[in-house]
Design a protein around this ligand. Structure first.
Ligand SMILES: NC(=O)c1ccc[n+]([C@@H]2O[C@H](COP(=O)([O-])OP(=O)(O)OC[C@H]3O[C@@H](n4cnc5c(N)ncnc54)[C@H](O)[C@@H]3O)[C@@H](O)[C@H]2O)c1
Length: 363
């Protein structure tokens, strides 16, 4: 299924009025104007570190006779704040940006999250195109329409569903992505492999060194396959009421680790431990074969991702899981596998079962 290097793959997300395309290829800045018909003024928002890459988008928009304003954001998580939103609203007001105008977010998941939320709130919603620049952004954050900022109360608690008008995945930007940031995103790619597309796991296992860097031989296929998994699930369940929960595979424990670590642990590292834990849980519940459970740790460790966490942290992690926003009432819910690519929900497992599963990731 790998497309030739110079071709563009298009994956549709959603249905009807809320549908949008994800274009995947190299040097794709020229795709941005076409995703925003009728927008006379376009605000391009990016962190300074991505200014050069974003300039190609600005040039493409200008060449298409759009008026462009450029707005800066802090790099990374620091951008997901009320202060950033206020600054963006001021830029949009000064432009001014009308209902028929649009916004383009160029950056990682933090950038697309906050710019997506700014787009959802400006004039009660204007169009946004995401140009994700990290692996996590490409396969996860930019797709699905979830936007958010962080507040004193926690991460991602304030946000909105605001599907983009388009997503442009320019693989050329990965050339500058640090390997560690790529590996962080690979946890979500591996997750997609386990819940829906085992070919991803085969690709990683066939060349673990290549899969551990953004310039590896299977980069395009890995990105495309992971996007397809997310696109399919999101299309079936746009507002997160059913199947979309499967995308949270590994995330119940991961969110707890992130909370205990006060969000200093990279998301992908927490997801990696969470995936091994979820596999152990399913195996101990008699639902998953040992070889599939073992495969979790093998694939993730081969990529250099952590698969263990502090033994003494279990009580704090359990408390954190109980208050996770994805718990329903006081019942803990876990996405588990009954087999490869066969996700299901395990509700309210016994405390002994949980502790036994944790013992497998404890160090
Ligand atoms: N909305 C969703 O559905 C969803 C899903 C998953 C994650 N997220 C969010 O995504 C965020 C994490 O995103 P992330 O991991 O992409 O990190 P990030 O956006 O914080 O970016 C990490 C760093 O990499 C830099 N960077 C980005 N692209 C680069 C490139 N091509 N070359 C060099 N440097 C580059 C950024 O400037 C930043 O300093 C979290 O806030 C998380 O909550 C959202």
């Amino acid at each position: 299924m790998t497309a030739a290097a110079d071709t563009v793959t298009t994956i549709r997300v959603g249905r009807d009025r809320e549908a949008y395309d994800v274009a995947i290829g190299r040097e794709l800045a020229s795709r941005v104007p076409a995703a925003l018909p009728g927008a006379r003024t376009v605000a391009v928002v990016r962190p300074p570190a991505l200014a050069e890459f974003a300039d190609a988008v600005v040039t493409a928009l200008t060449a298409d006779s759009r008026r462009v304003i450029v707005a800066d954001l802090p790099a990374g998580e620091e951008a997901k704040s009320v202060a950033s939103l206020t600054a963006l609203w001021q830029s949009f007001g000064a432009a001014p940006l009308t209902r028929s105008d649009a916004i383009v977010a160029v950056g990682g998941g933090a950038t697309t999250d906050v710019v997506g939320f700014a787009a959802a709130t400006w004039l009660r919603g204007v169009r946004v195109v995401h140009v994700p620049t990290t692996l996590l952004g490409m396969v996860d954050a930019a797709i699905g329409g979830k936007t958010a900022i962080n507040t004193e109360s926690g991460k991602n608690l304030v946000g909105a569903f605001h599907p983009p008008a388009g997503v442009v995945v320019d693989l050329a930007v990965l050339d500058t992505l640090p390997d560690a940031q790529w590996v962080n995103g690979m946890a979500e790619v591996v997750k997609a492999g386990f819940i829906a597309d085992p070919r991803i796991l085969d690709l990683v296992e066939a060349d673990t060194a290549g899969a551990g860097r953004p310039t590896g031989p299977h980069t395009r296929e890995l990105v495309e396959r992971a996007i397809r998994v997310k696109a399919t699930v999101v299309t079936d369940d746009l507002r997160e009421s059913g199947a979309r929960e499967f995308l949270n595979y590994g995330h119940t424990l991961a969110h707890a680790i992130e909370l205990v670590e006060r969000f200093r642990w990279p998301h992908g590292h927490a997801v990696s431990v969470g995936l091994v834990f979820a596999a152990a849980l399913a195996q101990r519940a008699g639902r998953l074969d040992a070889d599939v459970a073992v495969r979790h740790r093998a694939v993730l460790e081969a990529l250099g991702l952590p698969t263990r966490y502090a033994a003494g942290a279990w009580p704090a992690l359990l408390d954190a899981m109980r208050v996770d926003k994805k718990a329903r009432g006081d019942q803990l819910r876990f996405v588990v596998l009954d087999a490869l690519a066969s996700p299901a929900i395990l509700t309210a497992p016994e405390p002994e079962l949980l502790a036994a599963a944790y013992s497998e990731v404890a160090q």
